[in-house]
Design a binder for this molecule. Sequence first.
Ligand code: SF4
Ligand code: SF4
Length: 441
Amino acid sequence: MDVKSFKGGAHVPHYKSFTDNIEIEKMPIPDRVIIPMHQCLGAPCEPLIKVNDRVKVGQKIGDSSEFISSPVHSSVNGVVEKIETLSYCSGEDAKSVIIRVEGEEQDFKPTFKRDPKSMSKEEIINAIHEAGIVGMGGASFPTHVNVNTRQPVEYLILNGAECEPFLTCDHRIMVERADELVAGAEILSSVIGARKCLIGIEVNKPDAIEVLKEKTKDKDLFEIVPLAVKYPQGFKSILIKSTTGKDVKRGARSAEIGCIVRNVGTTVAVYEAVVYGKPLIERIVTVSGPNVPNPGNFMIRMGTSVGHVLEHCGVTDYNNSTVILGGPMTGRAQDSMKAPVVKNSTGVLLLPTEIVRASEPYENCVRCGKCVERCPMRLYPNQLSIFAETENYEELEAWNVMDCMECGICVYSCPSNRPILEFIRHVKPTVKKMELIRRKK
Ligand code: SF4
Ligand code: SF4
């Protein structure tokens, strides 16, 4: 088997055996959901409803007139209890709608079934937009913007790498929902005019490779690309390089080199949006960690609190544990059990605090060079962390801080436990503003 890899990165422990063989299960709906109005990499939405309004599952409750934005929908039938601004661990404040769940019947019931082949490109893009589909692997970029490209696109690349430890939701999607995945990929390929759809899968998911090879064996469009098990294989520019050999230049969009990447979960959501008009009201989430008595992969309604999720999985004791929303490398430690599952929540993890090193004090850089050796973007994370600590924005820009794709492998490698990624995330918005101002001059 020809297995593709890349320079840099590291072989991190997988910890996937907690959940990789556990089938997707529906999680019971909580009493209340909290729906943030900002769930995409774009402009936040404004609420379309008011307190005491009755809302239906799948109803659009927030939207924006900005081009790069994505609407949000109620994930339940219920009544709007509050609309308030809440602070989230991403450091962001977002207007949020709190809905009290009412009624026994909570399923989304499609009222039609469309044939994508009978739809125009504009109709398909509009269906994706209206359903609020964003990148569900973490990036949360609006999919209708991503696929609305005038540039010729050669490759649709489906991201089935799932390289972060513990996470297995994409693995289960590929095994259990392969038909919808293939149909979603055909829809996306037709919209962007892709000649080939490459599905990149790390070789630690042999069952997913086998299922998808079987499902696509008579379809010339598809090619399954086995990938080396190495972090951060699933990051966009790495995946493009591994699967096509192409480099994404700094500041360029992947479409400029003829590639569009979509996560496998997003692709299934596209299928449901286009064929059934189903909005993004739920997603599959891995709930895992050595301190979770009943881990698994669950279909969870948006806005469900991490407290509800962990309680359902048998957690009663939070002592010496840290809750993480997302994966252990790129996710965020949560300080409130009310934090909601949102469109890009790949995991809810409960990890022993001693292995979540963020809480430990950090030391000066000892110049071991491990972070430089492993940075897949060939940056100097050691230098960046020092410049970020001292807020030296000119040097940060000169040392290409904006190229950092926030994989976190430098933090994982650092013997001084330096919070390099935290530093970088803190300074990036200022450097971005500086770049924009300069471009306008
Ligand atoms: S500097 Fe950025 S891209 Fe490089 S290893 Fe650290 S987080 Fe990853
Ligand atoms: S890994 Fe840590 S200690 Fe080593 S060079 Fe990088 S920042 Fe410095």
